[in-house]
Design a protein around this ligand. Structure first.
Ligand SMILES: [Zn+2]
Length: 488
């Protein structure tokens, strides 16, 4: 089935909304970290080969999330220990616990706290599964919160890159024979009810406390300087790895590895902060604090976004649900949308088609064809292998396929206009020559502009449904005769 669209003014093409699904917490990155980009990618050895991303995860908890019995300070692996923490400490600082439907002695709304809810395999599968294990009700919060798995972060990057980027769980426990226990996770484990559960490393300070000398944060909703808090946690976790594990972190970084540190519980603002030298990020363990019955793990959506910053050097774009690199955390936690086509071309992941004025071409779904169209405005984009050497419009046929299945959300599909919406045309504007002005927002990439006119859309913090249209090439009338036939 073919549908004919004409690029012209006032044609309603793609219902794009900026719609935060949860707290629109901004991730924080030092934008100076991006500025020193090295050679173009197409001059690097991995170009046109499979590029490898070495990855390891560390889970940390806090003293106020621990069970204390005499001289023992233990992660609450069992419910009676968690009950002690809930009475004497801070359950939002405890590792690997969560909410379930079945009755325990600690109720939270209609749910109940459970020690050791998450298993080693739950954690490993979400990042590294490649065989379809992490799908559907494999999500550990499926029974409790109806969260569904749609594939792992490894599979996300495989799909985004057309098999040209492979996320590899780094060797962490050479003496283990089971591949999942050997790789990816730096922590040790303990067997609880015959399944391995991650043994968190205990940071030296409490999670919540009155000042910096006794804790990292003042409270769940506190607004201290989060980059300072993040740096403290990363420095302390680094010391823990070096002093209390066999893992050679120095070698890992030297091998190009990226470390993600997950801290126990949640925080309203300290969601994810990352750095590129070394490549490390601190990420919260949960969405909503544990005393909220909606509290569940974040999925890997946040991690995929942060990984875009750290591994590929990507900035934010003002692009709402049309790019994982939007600055406002607008994505499905478990099926985050794919990156914008310009960043993907710059990695060699797409097969661009050069379009001329008055040309009529078919565009297949980018999710399956890896094709996009490039309309030259100035220069010659295709002079370099990554199509970065000219000003252009990049057009793509985005469909609700694969990890883009949630590119549009339930609330929009409930609008009678879009009930059967399956996707549409997106237009991006790229210039290597000058900045494309946008409201500045959290390190946004000024070389890329998402061509929609509704200024409100570009606010990263807008709440509620923002309607926009009138895609913005009316200032380029010479291109309005190009016909794009979108293949469904
Ligand atoms: Zn970010």
């Amino acid at each position: 089935m073919k549908t004919l669209f004409v690029i012209t003014l006032f044609v309603l093409l793609f219902p794009v909304y900026s719609f935060p699904e949860d707290n629109p917490t901004l991730c924080i990155m030092d934008s100076n970290e991006y500025s020193s980009e090295q050679n173009p990618n197409y001059l690097l050895p991995w170009w046109n080969n499979v590029r490898i991303g070495k990855f390891a995860v560390l889970y940390v908890d806090f003293p106020d999330g621990r069970y204390i019995n005499g001289n023992d300070t233990l992660q609450p692996f069992y419910d009676y220990q968690l009950e002690w923490v809930n009475t004497h400490g801070e359950p939002d600082a405890a590792g690997e616990m969560g909410l379930i439907n079945e009755v325990t002695n600690i109720s939270v709304g209609s749910k109940f706290m459970k020690a050791s809810k998450y298993t080693w395999n739950d954690r490993w599968n979400m990042f590294f599964d490649s065989v379809g294990t992490y799908y559907g009700n494999a999500h550990p919060d499926c029974a409790s919160h109806q969260d569904t798995a749609w594939g792992s972060m490894k599979q996300y990057w495989k799909e985004a890159s057309n098999n040209k980027f492979e996320l590899i769980p780094y060797l962490t426990h050479p003496n283990e024979s089971d591949y999942k226990l050997r790789t990816g996770i730096i922590n040790e484990y303990v067997m609880i009810n015959d399944v391995p559960v991650i043994k968190c490393l205990k940071l030296p300070f409490k999670k919540y406390g009155s000042n910096d000398s006794n804790s990292y944060l003042r409270s769940f909703s506190s607004v201290e300087s989060l980059d300072i808090v993040a740096n403290r946690m990363i420095a302390d976790a680094t010391n823990l790895i070096n002093n209390s594990t066999d893992f050679n972190l120095t070698q890992f970084y030297a091998d190009g590895g990226t470390l993600f540190i997950y801290y126990a519980g949640s925080h309203s603002a300290l969601k994810d902060i990352g750095y590129r030298s070394p490549k490390v990020s601190i990420v919260r363990g949960r969405e909503n604090q544990i005393t909220d019955e909606n509290s569940r793990i974040d999925g890997f959506g946040v991690a995929a976004h942060q990984y875009g910053h750290i591994e590929f050097g990507w900035s934010h774009t003002n692009s709402g649900r049309c790019d994982i690199m939007n600055g406002g955390d607008v994505h499905d936690n478990n099926s985050p949308q794919l990156p914008n086509p310009i960043y993907r071309m710059q990695q060699g992941w797409l097969e661009p088609i050069a379009l001329d004025i008055t040309q009529e071409i078919e565009l297949s779904p980018i999710e399956t064809s890896y094709q996009c169209g490039v309309i030259t405005i100035y220069g010659k984009p295709s002079a370099a292998s990554d199509w970065s050497t000219g000003e252009c419009f990049v057009v793509e046929n985005r469909r609700r396929l694969g990890f883009d299945r949630k590119i549009i959300i339930k609330e929009i599909l409930e609008n009678p206009l879009y009930t059967n919406f399956k996707g549409g045309l997106l237009i991006w504007h790229y210039s290597p020559y000058y900045d494309l002005p946008e409201p500045y927002c959290c390190g946004v990439d000024t070389k890329i502009k998402f061509r929609h006119n509704d200024r409100q859309h570009f606010s990263c913090k807008t709440e509620g449904i923002q309607k926009l249209f009138l895609h913005g090439i009316k200032d380029y009338p010479q291109f309005q005769l190009i016909f794009i036939i979108l293949i469904l």
